[in-house]
Design a protein around this ligand. Structure first.
Ligand SMILES: Nc1ncnc2c1ncn2[C@@H]1O[C@H](COP(=O)(O)OP(=O)(O)OP(=O)(O)O)[C@@H](O)[C@H]1O
Ligand code: SF4
Ligand SMILES: [Mg+2]
Length: 312
């Protein structure tokens, strides 16, 4: 359904060019949940925003293809793009206030998400009540303003809006980060229900445990590149890239007395990323070749891709 090939996105800041995403390729199938995980600044949000062409200024999509049902999104004009957003692909942000209008009642906002795309007003109203019910917002709240709801409820409304036109793909960028664990679970469950009814989910998180919770596949990002990609069970039972191994070692496990190890060092400045493998300054296995040559993402086993000189 969605195929991204060689996506490259730079930010042209006054302090230099930030090479935020370089040569990223992946696909998403119908009814699939794919999660992008990695440390802060690894380019997860930039990839997510690029898919729906919402990379903020001073960002620019430098190259690549984003094929949605065979059509390159990067070649659509503004009108075609507006039609696609919401109807085919929609986005849920970390802070629901980014997409909700603080001055308008939530019911009206859900209705508008549909009327904007040509749904008749009466029909949209009926559907809005059903949608809000589905995300567990009682009917008597339909006239509430966003500030009268809790953070979790606001995120539910944002998801109702994203789901209003039954898009093929919902992109959710850290939608639960600001919420407590129980509310977080309820949002994850809601996305799972949408997936079960046929929507694909592109989920973004820096939380490695959350990443493995519901995903079919996982893309691990480091410094603007995908370093490991594969089925979720495969990555947790057989992680290969030293960065993914380190990420998994950095998570506390309540069921064992495993020692938690923080990853030494910091992610690089993407205005001037390290040569060769971008992880080499932090990698315990780095050798000479790692400093010079960039490892390619290769398929080691069926559907399991890794970019590391040590394992190829
Ligand atoms: N608007 C912007 N202007 C300039 N640079 C930006 C902008 N947005 C992101 N960047 C840079 O691009 C790189 C990737 O950022 P991005 O926000 O995609 O990472 P992320 O993985 O989503 O991080 P986080 O977990 O903190 O959300 C970082 O180096 C960041 O500083
Ligand atoms: S390519 Fe080298 S530096 Fe990079 S992860 Fe593999 S071993 Fe480490
Ligand atoms: Mg982000």
């Amino acid at each position: 359904m969605l195929e991204v090939e060689d996506l490259t996105v730079y930010y042209y800041t006054s302090k230099g060019v930030v090479r935020a995403v370089e040569g990223v390729s992946f696909s998403i199938s119908k009814r699939e949940w794919i999660t992008f995980v990695g440390e802060s600044g690894s380019g997860k949000s930039t990839v997510a925003q690029a898919v729906i062409r919402l990379v903020p200024y001073p960002g620019k999509i430098q190259g690549g293809k984003i094929l949605f049902n065979g059509k390159n999104i990067l070649e659509l004009n503004k009108k075609e793009m507006r039609k696609l957003r919401g109807r085919e692909i929609s986005m849920v942000f970390q802070d629901p206030m980014t997409s909700l209008d603080p001055l308008r009642k939530i019911g009206d906002q859900v209705v508008e998400a549909m009327t904007e795309h040509g749904v008749d007003e009466e029909e949209a109203k009926k559907r809005a009540i059903k949608l809000l019910k589905r995300v567990n917002i009682p009917e008597d709240r339909i006239d509430y303003y966003p500030h009268q709801l809790s953070g979790g409820q606001r995120q539910r409304v944002a998801i109702a809006i994203a789901a209003a036109l039954e898009p093929s793909l919902i992109i959710a960028d850290e939608p639960t980060t600001a919420l407590d664990v129980i509310v977080q679970e309820s949002i994850m469950e809601l996305l799972q229900e949408l997936k079960n009814s046929g929507t694909s989910i592109m989920f973004v998180t820096h939380d490695i445990s959350l990443a493995f919770e519901r995903s079919d596949r996982i893309a691990v990002m480091y410094a603007g590149k995908v370093c490991e990609l594969g089925r979720s069970e495969e990555l947790v039972s057989n992680p290969i890239h030293p960065y993914l191994k380190a990420l998994l070692d950095s998570v506390p496990d309540v069921h064992s007395d495993k020692k938690v190890k923080a990853i030494p060092g910091n992610p690089p400045d993407l205005r001037n990323p390290p040569s060769g493998c971008r992880f080499h300054p932090r990698c315990p296995f780095a050798s000479e070749i790692c400093k010079k040559e960039e490892p390619e993402l290769v398929e080691l086993e069926k559907g399991h891709f890794v970019a590391c000189h040590e394992v190829v």
